[in-house]
Ligand binder design. Structure first.
Ligand code: ATP
Ligand code: MG
Length: 541
């Protein structure tokens, strides 16, 4: 963990030092209306991470004030994703746990003359709100008596009025320079079955009113949210002050995580799932945590990325290649190596007989990784692209008369290419040099290229999947998501793989030598190697 402190940590440290708080308490506040994405990982890093760093605690707070879109299915998925990312919450809390208390606070505001029932329609409220340069107009219902307001509000709760017929508004200031302070709506009538409270309520509190109350009831000290809530902070504070919360939670805003080529809006991700553009919420191309997990991206790399992307006060966009570089760095250090050949070309070693086991280095970057046995033999497969009949200058792969090393095995020389009737090379005949064995090479032969290979006798068939980004690159930034959609972003190839991969653990990540990082899985008894990230580093450090 880096020693430099971000601005939120600085605030928390000084609040602790000045004994304004005893311990830091945060909350991660998803709305259960979809799956979490990598942007939420950033929010978790900030909320859970800050609490963890200062020995505080973080609640999981479901912001479920909008019953029309929320579902228990999403609640379960969100909990699963948080655990996967490696965080655990103190208490699991729902805004709906507090509906009665939130309601009672609204009655209190009415009693104190700080809220009124308004009969204007949503359109009328919008039309009388004013603009950034002009004040709004006060509602004709603003001067209703406390008694009348209480009666009407209770009737709202009892279901006497139709959806949208009335609402409760805070009585603040129609000429405030901040539009959010111009008598904001704090309760609306909505007949929708809530995933937890069912049909108990037909009025629901608005986010801006409910959130500060829920924070205070949980003892949240720092309510960390994204920058778009900055303009809402005066209302957050108004609620806290007028309801007399002491100590009052402090709202602090930080920049959202935006990543090029990634869609980060739940609404749009949902559309992709619903219109079949992807295989589901956990499609390996999706930036959802379920998608990243299914892709084989380690949770530690996601956390690391969130940390390295930093916690800033101004919005910016991060390159997808930076995320990939972080994932690659992690896998390079941790993923065992294995071999698979995508476009196989038969290689026959004419002077080799029998078979033997060679020692294959599991991960040369990890001194404890050791080696495993791989069967070597007379007939192998190499990549078609690793042999050329017409090589350009400085070609270090295989050419007639040229030498290459077969990874962790012997040096071979290509002698002859066998062609089919159409002139395609279908086999290369080679000579091997027994004294050139890796680890004990006394041959004195120089071979610049090292090729990966699989033994044809033991190879298993595999399906190799590669992915492009779901969205076309930044050049298309001005365009709508649907125009930027990369429709053909999944590519499937037939491959030959070492049998070791078949018996490896499901979901394990490998570096397929010279190919990329891949996750092993089995589908319909078939070995599937699914790309996590390519080997090539596009990120310009
Ligand atoms: P979306 O716009 O994708 O629906 P949201 O903000 O509406 O996201 P919530 O469930 O309300 O989704 O998000 C929970 C928390 O995660 C909020 O505090 C929100 O600010 C934060 N969050 C969402 N997206 C990002 C992001 N890209 N970077 C950082 N934090 C984010
Ligand atoms: Mg939100």
């Amino acid at each position: 963990m880096s020693e430099a402190k971000n601005f939120i940590e600085q605030i928390v440290e000084s609040d602790l030092a000045e004994q304004k708080i005893k311990a830091v308490k945060t909350r991660f506040p998803p709305e259960p209306n979809g799956y979490l994405h990598i942007g939420h990982a950033k929010s978790m890093f900030v909320n859970f991470g800050t609490a963890l760093k200062y020995n505080g605690s973080c609640n999981l707070f479901f912001d479920d004030t909008n019953p029309a879109k929320e579902k228990t299915e999403f609640v379960e998925a969100i909990k699963n994703d948080i655990h996967w990312l490696g965080y655990s919450w103190d208490k699991e809390v729902y805004a709906s746990d507090f509906f009665e208390i939130i309601y009672n606070y609204a009655e209190r505001l009415i009693q104190e003359g700080k809220a009124f029932v308004c009969d204007l329609s949503a359109e009328e409220i919008k039309a009388t709100r004013g603009t950034l340069t002009e004040p709004g107009t006060e509602s004709p219902y603003r001067t209703r008596s406390v008694e009348e307001n209480l009666k009407l509000f209770r009737e709202m709760r009892a279901g006497k009025y139709a959806d949208g017929e009335k609402c409760l508004r805070a009585k603040i200031d129609m000429s405030s320079p901040n539009l959010n302070m111009r008598d904001p709506v704090i309760y609306r009538i909505l007949r929708a079955t809530h995933h937890r409270t069912g049909d108990k309520w037909c009025i629901y509190p608005m986010y801006d009113y409910a959130h500060p109350i829920c924070d205070a009831l949980q003892g949240v000290t720092h309510s960390l949210c994204t920058l778009e809530f900055e303009d809402h902070r005066p209302l957050y504070d108004w609620v806290g002050i007028n309801l007399g919360f002491a100590p009052k939670p402090r709202q602090i805003e930080f920049a959202r995580l935006n990543v090029t080529n990634l869609v980060m809006s739940k609404r749009y991700l949902k559309k992709l799932v619903e219109d079949g553009s992807v295989h589901g919420w956990d499609d390996p191309r999706m930036p959802t945590l379920a998608g990243l997990r299914n892709r084989g991206i380690p949770a530690a790399a996601v956390r690391d990325f969130c940390e390295r992307a930093g916690v800033a006060k101004a919005n910016s966009e991060c390159e997808i290649s930076y995320f990939e570089a972080v994932v690659r760095e992690y896998l390079n250090a941790h993923a065992p190596r294995a071999m698979a050949v995508v476009d196989p070309l038969k290689l026959t070693i004419t002077n080799y007989e029998g078979s033997e086991e060679i020692d294959f280095e599991i991960n040369q970057l990890d001194e404890n990784a050791g080696t495993r046995k791989v069967k070597f033999g007379k007939t192998l497969y190499i990549e078609k692209g690793d042999f050329s009949l017409d090589p350009p200058p400085k070609y270090f792969r295989l050419k007639i008369g040229g030498f290459v090393r077969l990874k962790n095995a012997y040096i071979v020389r290509a002698d002859e290419a066998v062609k089919d009737k159409d002139g395609n090379v279908v086999e290369v005949k080679c000579t091997y040099f027994p004294e050139s064995k890796s680890g004990n090479d006394t041959s004195g032969i120089k071979a610049k290229g090292v090729l990966h290979w699989v033994n044809a006798e033991t190879a298993v068939d595999a399906e190799l999947r590669q992915y492009d980004h779901l969205l076309k690159d930044a050049d298309y930034a001005g365009q709508d998501f649907s125009e930027r959609m990369n429709v053909n972003s999944e590519h499937i190839f037939a491959a030959k793989a070492e049998p070791y991969l078949s018996s490896a653990q499901e979901g394990e990540a490998f570096q397929l030598m010279r190919t990329g990082y891949y996750k092993k899985c089995t589908e319909n008894k078939k070995l599937v190697l699914s790309e996590i990230v390519s080997l090539k580093d596009n990120f310009n450090k």
